[in-house]
Design a protein around this ligand. Structure first.
Ligand SMILES: Cc1ncc(C[n+]2csc(CCOP(=O)(O)OP(=O)(O)O)c2C)c(N)n1
Length: 514
């Protein structure tokens, strides 16, 4: 076997099933090796931001890593923003980054760069393979690292000569380490804090927002009256009718600080105490109230389910969780489409067990609360603030969960960063309904301009925040990439278009003009 074959076979033994790829010459041995390993599905992305964002969506839904295949430092560089989001999400990913043959590097050929240096800031683990025989060993290590609870970014640099040199063999699959558990003393501390007088809260993030962990949080709320609050941008949360309802911390720092100001004790599970997204002149960065008792029960990398179950046991919590979300759909006003009617219609049409990729930006302020009582679903958000994540995330989620409908709620400006994801949806026939919210603007930046204190912005400033002139035609963009699309300008048109898109298995796009 050559190094590439031994690497790919080792990853397959570890359970890797998908490789999101955008290869070049230095990765041809890996492309050939993938060809002869039928159990790994290659998925081509036409820009590396699609590749890394799709691997993030896959990791969030599958709870195991996909591989990516990226072309040296520059190809990896194109994918870094979504790798940053994935790292913030705690997603498992194995990046395979091709590089020049070791003996070719010192000639400084055009694509030469410090690939490991490019990888480092957005990776939790970086390793350069040392030989063909070392390559499968490094692959098994990358898998173990990527599976570090709840997931980590493992980047492996693959020199071309190590990929083509013979004499390598597969390595036994690595066994991921179990996550550390919250110590009993901290559980006791958290129990005492939640039983203290005054309003208390359980602040949840990471894996605390789904499955048995979320149910345990509901039981703790029933036992103590603690409010359940989650981080503003969770990687993946279970919500909808019948689920334990969790309030989301507001985005704007002063609103978030106000939201938290009366709590006398807050217990954190799967999240750190929140800070404001940006600094603003004269406004606080730290959001927890002064003097409140803050207990870090479990960090992102500690077992959230175990921590919450242990806390529920310590409190002798009832078996039935509290704060169950009742079913309920808000009424949709008729007439021209607006965020209120859009939110109500999305709630009304939400397929049971759907997966939502939310990069709706300002429209999310309506879409998120209005879907609270919709059919149960998973909701994924922009964890790292680097826009261009929504459509690739939907690609990866659809590949991880082919039997579930994926709904991409996508703002137009952010959508343009990685709109090539539509082509992958068409090619792979992914069951994704995309709703583009076309407001012709970087609306949030118009708000931020005022918030940082800019008075009376002139036409030059405003032109940097406008997507008009020319207007984006998302129906044409989508159809040009093979995804059937329609435009809706009224509530009635939107309802009909969304219902039709959801009824159809396969990619569809609805351009919502607001
Ligand atoms: C990678 C990256 N580049 C730039 C930004 C700055 N940015 C934040 S929001 C935004 C525009 C968002 O516009 P859109 O997606 O249309 O949503 P809207 O605000 O209109 O709801 C930009 C450019 C960012 N967050 N990430």
């Amino acid at each position: 076997m050559n190094g590439a074959e031994a690497l790919i076979e080792t990853l397959q033994l570890c359970g890797v099933e998908v490789c999101f790829a955008n290869p070049g010459t230095s990765e041809m041995q890996l492309v050939a090796a993938l060809d002869s390993h039928a159990r790994i599905r290659p998925v081509l992305g036409l820009f590396e931001g699609v590749v890394t964002g799709a691997a993030d969506g896959y990791g969030r839904m599958a709870d195991k890593p996909a591989a990516t295949l990226l072309h040296l430092g520059p190809g990896l560089g194109n994918g870094l923003a979504n790798l940053h989001n994935a790292r913030r999400a705690g997603s498992p990913i194995i990046n395979l980054i091709g590089d020049h043959a070791t003996y070719h590097l010192h000639y400084d050929a055009p694509l030469t760069s410090d690939a490991a240096g490019v990888a480092r800031p957005m990776s939790d683990w970086v390793r350069v393979a040392r030989s063909a025989r070392d390559l499968p060993q490094a692959g098994a290590e990358a898998y173990a690292q990527a599976m570090r609870y709840p997931g980590a970014i493992a980047s492996l640099i693959v020199p071309a000569d190590h990929a083509w040199d013979e004499g390598a063999s597969t390595v036994a699959a690595a066994i991921p380490a179990a996550p550390p558990k919250a110590p009993a003393a901290v559980v006791a501390d958290a129990a005492e804090a939640l039983l203290s007088t005054g309003p208390t809260a359980l602040y949840l993030g990471g894996r605390a927002l789904r499955g048995q962990a979320l149910i345990a949080a509901g039981r703790i709320a029933a036992a103590t009256g603690a409010r359940l609050i989650c981080e503003t941008f969770p990687a993946r949360m279970e919500r909808g009718a019948g689920r334990v309802a969790v309030e989301k911390l507001p985005y704007f720092g002063e609103q978030a600080a106000d939201y938290l100001k009366d709590f006398t004790a807050i217990v954190f599970v799967g999240a750190e105490p929140p800070v404001s997204f940006f600094a603003y002149p004269g406004k606080p960065s730290w959001l927890s109230p002064d003097g409140a008792r803050l207990v870090r029960l479990a960090s992102l990398r500690e077992d959230a389910e175990d921590a919450l179950s242990s806390l529920a046991a310590a409190l002798d919590a009832p078996t039935e969780p509290g704060l169950i979300q009742p079913a309920g759909i808000p009424p949709a006003p008729d007439g021209p489409l607006n965020l209120m009617s859009m939110g109500a219609i999305v709630a009304e049409r939400m397929p049971a067990d759907a997966i939502v990729s939310d990069e709706a930006a300002t429209a999310g302020l309506a879409l998120y609360p209005m879907t609270a009582g919709a059919a149960p679903h998973d909701w994924m958000t922009l964890t790292g603030g680097a826009i261009g994540q929504g459509l690739p995330l939907a690609v990866g989620a659809a590949i991880a969960c082919p039997d579930r409908k994926v709904l991409a709620l996508q703002a137009d400006g952010s959508g343009m960063y990685t709109c090539q994801a539509l082509w992958t949806m068409a090619r792979e026939k992914l069951d994704v309904t995309t709703v583009i919210i076309n407001n012709g603007s970087y609306a949030i930046l118009n708000i931020e301009l005022a918030r940082v204190g800019v008075q009376n912005p002139g036409p030059k400033a405003l032109s940097m925040l406008s997507l008009r002139d020319p207007a984006l035609d998302w129906v044409a963009i989508s159809q040009g990439m093979g995804v059937p699309a329609v435009r809706a300008t009224t509530a009635a048109e939107f309802r009909a278009a969304l219902a039709d898109a959801i009824a159809h298995k396969g990619p569809r796009l609805v351009e919502a003009i607001v």
